[in-house]
Design a protein around this ligand. Structure first.
Ligand SMILES: NC(=O)c1ccc[n+]([C@@H]2O[C@H](COP(=O)([O-])OP(=O)(O)OC[C@H]3O[C@@H](n4cnc5c(N)ncnc54)[C@H](O)[C@@H]3O)[C@@H](O)[C@H]2O)c1
Length: 269
């Protein structure tokens, strides 16, 4: 059975997604598969069982899907994952989504060098290395491409207890602009998505940490922020982010490059 979306059909093209085992990355993988892409999901070994479920679901759409293990803190593993993707799915890498990321919630005065280094290695170095590894392959293929990265509303305005996270997401915006400038000549468009408060395990983690810092009940930090900040009146679902990615990858987004686009239900207003 095929389950192709109406927006476009991308048969014969591969999309590579880091951190696709859950949350936003999972929704992007499923959506791009419904758009017709074959999918390669790069995630850490601990995510194996979750990724296997995503792979099975994609295969049920009639698309190919593979799991390539990679910890984005290790550049060699990123390059190996791209290589394995091309070996197994063919030299048709058209989309790369540097989605893997972590948030660590702490007041700045409690942030240790190790804490910040880990966040920078995943959110920033992992993101940049993924972009470059994918772009090298796309340039070699001479068929253009679409490169996406995980920004955030924190790419524009950061918050208390999320300082190093916000710094990495501001940097995502800068690197997205630079890569878009350099790679337009190869037919590669580079953009980032900037979600707000998305209902994923990451936000459950933020909620637990904020509850501890603010001395409130678990669940309350999320509830307060959703009520106060989201103008559209509901928490964001991972699929809301995947819709933007699908659009940016498609020809509908053909004149957009170098942008970090907020999708947040008005939370940034
Ligand atoms: N959830 C939100 O509200 C929100 C808002 C704005 C931006 N974002 C960004 O979107 C991206 C995805 O967020 P999410 O909420 O889906 O997160 P999540 O924690 O639910 O999922 C993250 C995924 O990344 C994988 N991952 C973690 N460390 C990795 C590593 N070192 N190497 C490879 N994979 C690794 C995990 O195994 C998991 O599959 C992140 O970059 C995040 O910063 C999330």
């Amino acid at each position: 059975m095929t389950a192709l979306s109406s927006i476009k059909v991308a048969l014969g093209r591969t999309a590579f997604i880091t951190g696709g085992g859950q949350g936003i990355g999972r929704a992007i993988a499923l959506r791009l598969a419904r758009d017709g892409h074959d999918i390669s999901i790069a995630d850490i070994p601990a995510a194996q069982a979750r990724v296997d479920e995503v792979v099975k679901e994609i295969q049920s759409y009639g698309r190919k899907a593979i799991f390539v293990t990679a910890d984005v803190r290790e550049p060699k593993q990123i390059y190996a994952a791209v290589e394995e993707t091309v070996e197994k799915l063919g030299p048709n890498l058209f989309v790369s989504v540097a989605n893997a990321g972590v948030t660590q919630v702490k007041p700045l005065l409690e942030c240790t060098p190790e804490f910040m280094e880990n966040e920078i290695r995943i959110n920033l170095l992992g993101f940049m290395n993924t972009h470059i590894a994918a772009a090298r392959q796309m340039v070699k293929q001479k068929g253009g491409g679409r490169i996406l990265g995980a920004g955030s509303i924190a790419s524009y305005r950061t918050a208390e207890n999320l300082g190093p996270y916000g710094a990495t997401k501001f940097a995502v915006r800068a690197f997205t602009e630079a890569a878009a400038r350099e790679w337009a000549q190869y037919g590669i468009r580079v953009n980032a998505y900037g979600p707000g408060i998305v209902d994923t395990p990451m936000w459950d983690h933020i909620d637990r940490e904020l509850a501890r810092i603010e001395g409130i009940d678990i669940g309350a930090a999320k509830e307060i922020r959703v009520k106060r900040d989201i103008k559209l009146g509901r928490i964001q679902q991972p699929e809301d982010v995947a819709k933007l990615v699908s659009f940016l990858v498609s020809d509908e987004g053909e004149y957009i490059t170098g942008q970090t686009i907020k999708t947040c239900g008005g939370a940034s207003l």
